[in-house]
Write a protein that binds this ligand. Structure first.
Ligand code: SF4
Ligand code: SF4
Ligand code: SF4
Ligand code: FES
Length: 951
């Protein structure tokens, strides 16, 4: 493996119908109109020296190093700010230019420490490179005069340093923060010699900075540098892979020294991120080598016994023996498994295959059950495909963006930056969310409408928006006539036009002023291309599926489908939750969303797998736990999920887990679920294996092995070994062979292979004979199901109601720096920002209860109680409180209830009636938690006891 070097074209690419041809150093080159001379030169194979330009931001023209001569023009214009014109003749080298460039470089170097040989960036510094390129041999000015060599170093950020003495004030960092990230955390303060980069009032850590790393990436000197590179030295080789955190699916170069990763650098050719990143993917990868990683398989007869390290062979045989024993005693359906949305497509496919073929039942489910299963159901019912309609780049063509129940700046940060760019260009924004998320108002972005609805009233709001559109005559009649089922539409039109669906009639239950709702509806229907982006605030409700169908109805009614800039787009949570669903992780579906009762599909799999398959859907996660409590479900294989922490009503989950006779957990760490396990298989991180992930835009990207599996086996190999021990060998030599099988058996993946992905960079399914290079935008010209189908979306309030005893509504969400149950991020420096989950409470509700900022409060529902610290915040409306679920000790799911989506069983995490009171001590559940963790691992218990449970 060599170190992958990407070309820097100096200025961004342009898309234009008109092309211009010019001559640069005697070479003819043709580029789209609007392209800079600098970029045209690189296209022609000519490198012009540069410092302040880089190709992911607009030209700035400050360093004057890129001067060129243009025939017929006076002077020496900067090539980065000069546009290519037809017939232009450009010279990039001449004695005059050389002298000017040397003069510029001399000034820079005269105020720069001459410590190149010992500098961490030695060999990876554009200033050093340019000094060489322009032939600077001596610096005539000494250091006697004023300089910045003693400028202070800012080390406050846990991941990078800012060494002001090395800054050349090129402003690349400031522009990266503005143009690429959209945070505007940096400024250039002062003028002339005194000008300097400033980050907030004190330092980076205290500033608005969200540690995305864009400025570090942009800096041409060692001023902004990753601490890992300072500590370990520059990388020697790299491999392109895909982030294992969220559903954006950013491409990264894993840059290494020997077998050690020293930096994750966002990959410019990554189609989902275009070279951008967030703090998680860019910096929070240290968990992969964290000392808590379990590296040996372990078994124990009882969950109260200590773990015993054993060989792989013994662990695999023990697990297989137990599963066989349980099936012999309790029947074929007494065991099941859960696939992981963090593992690769190939690994997920293997787990469901093993369950269907080796366990002999369909008791397989996945964490998508508890997040986006309503997306699958709702979009399949209306459009015919269980996935989002657009690619991320489509947002560049959106005129109106409606964000519903999603918080992209925290949960999908790189796409949020992309979206914010479009908003700064003038797209209008509607936010539908109970909480005032950052997008509502942040630097240079302000929502036109924030519909701050009461949790649980989504369907009332979407119906009211549709009501305005229908009753104001704003339906796109030609689209509906041509593209949708007429009868279903007419029924829906009649239903939605009923007065009870009007903004005025629904205002009291949604809390959204009718006037705001009417205005937002008009904007969505008449503002041009309108796109909906949504998250778990839509799906994790008792009417999650209804709401998804409500959004699909709205998009169909306004013709906002089948082209760029529009659509209905789920922002998927985990990195491979789309893939886990695609791969057949649900009990009722094979890969490609084909029902197990379908004879021809089942025959296809039976022939390929040489087994007889069940024709009835198996158990969902919640059914497995119920059956365990009832004594009929006794064994489970859980790959890469922490259901004890992530699933609702923890007490019920743990009761089910405790009742089982063989729980096999395969994970990186001893997570909460492992406390109930009898067998632990140490899993592999994304850096340790080959495979693919599928992101929220249906994009299949390669995961490439950077380092060997810590415990000796990648997850797919462990599943294969277990299956073989159960008597059903699945002998694949490489994950590419698994993908080949998926492609053979799944029509939407028919054209997918590792070779094809390597060739194209990534592929969005469907990829088959009709779409050999994949499908960025779906439903062009017709829906996958033929005609689009309007669905009746009657609003039925949840049974979870506030009462005198539980007068507040709790809703939950995510935060930028932590990820899901914190298994990975809580083992990184990201804890600097979010060391514990807190309860956001409105000042009004806090005052009523005598609660002050930082007080420990008890959060109690009819399901259970936990305690956490209070944060007084007007982001919440009175009557609604909010927390995150990233830390095990907080146990947010101890209080969530068993209510669930009527169609898919997705839990209603977003609405729980609670009471909040001052607390003197931790809850009983938390005491029990600490006790359990103490048994699990002494190290972790110590961390817990000295951390969140301080009082
Ligand atoms: S910190 Fe780096 S990118 Fe920012 S102005 Fe200084 S040299 Fe340029
Ligand atoms: S890390 Fe990102 S957010 Fe922070 S200053 Fe740099 S560009 Fe801005
Ligand atoms: S946006 Fe998501 S995929 Fe991209 S770096 Fe951040 S966590 Fe990873
Ligand atoms: S690179 Fe053109 S002026 Fe700096």
């Amino acid at each position: 493996m060599a170190l992958i070097q990407e070309i820097d074209y100096g200025t961004p690419a342009r898309i234009a119908e008109t092309l211009v041809t010019l001559e640069i150093d005697g070479k003819l080159v043709t580029v789209p109109r609007g392209t800079s001379v600098m970029r045209a030169a690189v296209e022609a194979g000519v490198q012009v020296p540069k410092l302040c330009a880089t190709d992911n931001m607009e030209a700035f023209g400050s360093c004057r190093l890129c001067l060129v001569e243009i025939e017929g023009r006076k002077g020496t214009p900067a090539s980065c700010t000069t546009l290519a014109e037809p017939g232009m003749k450009v010279r990039t080298q001449s004695p005059k230019i050389a002298k000017l460039r040397r003069g510029v470089m001399e000034l820079y170097i005269s105020d720069h420490p001459l410590d190149c040989l010992t500098c961490a960036a030695n060999g990876d510094c554009e200033l050093q490179d340019m000094a060489g390129v322009v032939g600077l041999r001596e610096v005539r000015y000494g250091y006697e005069g004023q300089n910045h060599l003693k400028a202070e170093k800012d080390q406050s950020n846990p991941y990078f340093t800012f060494d002001a003495s090395k800054c050349i004030v090129c402003s690349r960092c400031v522009r990266a923060c503005e143009e690429v990230q959209g945070t505007f955390a940096l400024t250039i303060q002062g003028r002339g010699f005194d000008s300097k980069v400033a980050s907030g009032p004190t330092n980076f850590l205290e500033s608005e900075c969200v540690s995305c790393g864009a400025c570090v990436q942009a800096c041409p000197t060692a001023t902004l540098m990753e601490k890992t590179v300072i500590d370990h030295g520059l990388p020697e080789h790299s491999v392109v892979t895909t982030c294992a955190y969220c559903g954006v699916g950013c491409a990264f170069k894993a840059e290494m020294q020997g077998a050690e990763v020293v930096r994750m650098t966002p990959y410019k050719d990554g189609k989902a991120n275009h070279g951008h990143s967030c703090v998680k993917g860019r910096f929070a990868w240290g968990y992969a080598t964290h000392k808590d990683r379990i590296t040996k398989p372990m078994i124990r007869a009882k969950i109260t016994d200590p773990w015993r390290e054993v060989s792989w062979e013994e662990a695999i045989n023990y697990a297989a023996g137990e599963f066989k024993r349980i099936q012999a005693k309790y029947g074929r359906d007494s065991i099941g498994g859960i696939t992981s949305s963090r593992c690769t497509n190939e690994e997920t496919y293997l787990v469901q295959k093993m369950i269907r073929a080796a366990f002999g039942n369909n008791n397989v489910d996945t964490c998508a059950r508890v997040c986006h299963s309503p997306t699958g159901y709702g979009l399949k019912s209306t459009f015919g495909t269980s996935a989002g309609t657009q690619d991320f780049d489509s947002v560049d063509d959106s005129d109106v963006i409606m964000v519903i129940g999603a918080n992209p700046t925290d949960a999908h940060p790189v796409f949020a930056s992309h979206m914010k760019k479009r908003l700064r260009e003038g797209a209008r924004l509607i936010v539908v969310d109970p909480r005032r998320i950052d997008l509502v108002k942040s630097a240079h972005v302000k929502a036109d409408y924030h519909l701050s609805l009461l949790p649980g009233s989504n369907v009332a709001v979407i119906n009211a928006i549709a009501h305005v559109i229908v009753t104001e005559g704003l339906v796109d009649e030609p689209f509906v006539k041509e593209r949708c089922e007429t009868e279903a539409f007419e029924q829906w039109r009649k239903f939605i036009a009923e007065e009870r669906n009007s903004p005025e009639a629904t205002e009291a239950m949604s809390g959204v002023p009718a006037a705001d709702l009417r205005a937002a509806a008009l904007l969505y229907a008449t503002g041009g291309n309108a796109a909906i982006y949504y998250g778990l605030g839509v799906t994790e409700h008792s009417q999650g599926s209804t709401m998804v169908m409500g959004m699909a109805n709205l998009a169909m009614a306004t013709g906002n489908l089948g082209k760029r800039g529009v659509g209905v787009n789920p922002l998927r949570g985990q990195n491979n939750v789309q893939g886990a669903c695609d791969m057949g992780s649900f009990p009722h579906e094979f890969s490609g969303y084909r029902h197990v009762s379908d004879e021809s599909t089942r025959k296809l799999f039976e022939d390929a797998w040489h087994v007889e398959l069940q024709n009835e859907p198996g158990l969902r996660i919640s059914n497995m736990l119920d059956a365990a409590c009832e004594g009929t479900f006794k064994g489970i294989y859980i790959e890469g999920e922490d259901i004890v922490q992530s699933d609702p009503n923890t007490q019920h989950v743990t009761a089910g887990m405790t009742a089982m006779e063989c729980v096999v957990v395969q994970d990186l760490f001893l997570n909460e679920t492992a406390s109930y396990a009898h067998v632990f298989f140490p899993g592999s991180s994304f850096l340790e294996k080959d495979g693919t992930f599928t992101n929220a835009e249906r994009r299949i990207s390669r995961v490439r092995k950077a380092i060997p599996p810590t415990a000796g086996m990648a997850d797919w190999e462990i599943t294969m070994a277990l299956s073989a021990a159960l008597g059903y060998p699945m002998p694949y030599q490489h994950p590419s062979e698994i993908m080949d099988e998926i492609a053979r058996l799944t029509p939407t993946f028919a054209g997918v292979s590792f070779d094809k992905i390597d060739e194209l960079g990534s592929i969005q399914w469907p990829c088959n004979a009709k779409a050999p290079e994949g499908t960025p935008v779906m439903h062009i010209g017709g829906f996958v199901r033929g005609k689009g189908r309007f669905m009746i979306t009657e609003f039925i309030p949840t049974d979870e109601r506030t009462t005198g005893r539980f007068p507040l509504i709790l809703t939950t969400g995510r935060i930028l720096t932590q990820y899901n149950v914190g298994a990975q991020t809580a083992r990184t420096e990201n804890n600097v920002w979010h060391a514990e989950d807190v309860l956001e409470i409105h000042p009004f509700d806090a005052e009523n209860r005598g609660i002050r900022e930082g007080d420990r409060v008890a959060l109690t529902s009819r399901a259970g109680q936990t305690t956490l610290h209070a944060r007084i915040s007007e982001r919440m409306q009175p009557g609604v409180v909010y927390t995150t679920f990233h830390h095990g000790f907080t146990g947010a799911n101890v209080v969530t209830t068993e209510f669930e989506d009527w169609a898919t069983g997705c839990p209603e995490y977003k609405v729980t009636a609670v009471q909040v009171t001052l607390a003197k001590k931790m809850s009983d559940w938390q005491e029990h938690y600490l006790e359990t963790r103490k048994q699990t691992t002494q190290i972790e218990s110590k961390q817990i006891l000295t951390g969140a449970a301080g009082d």
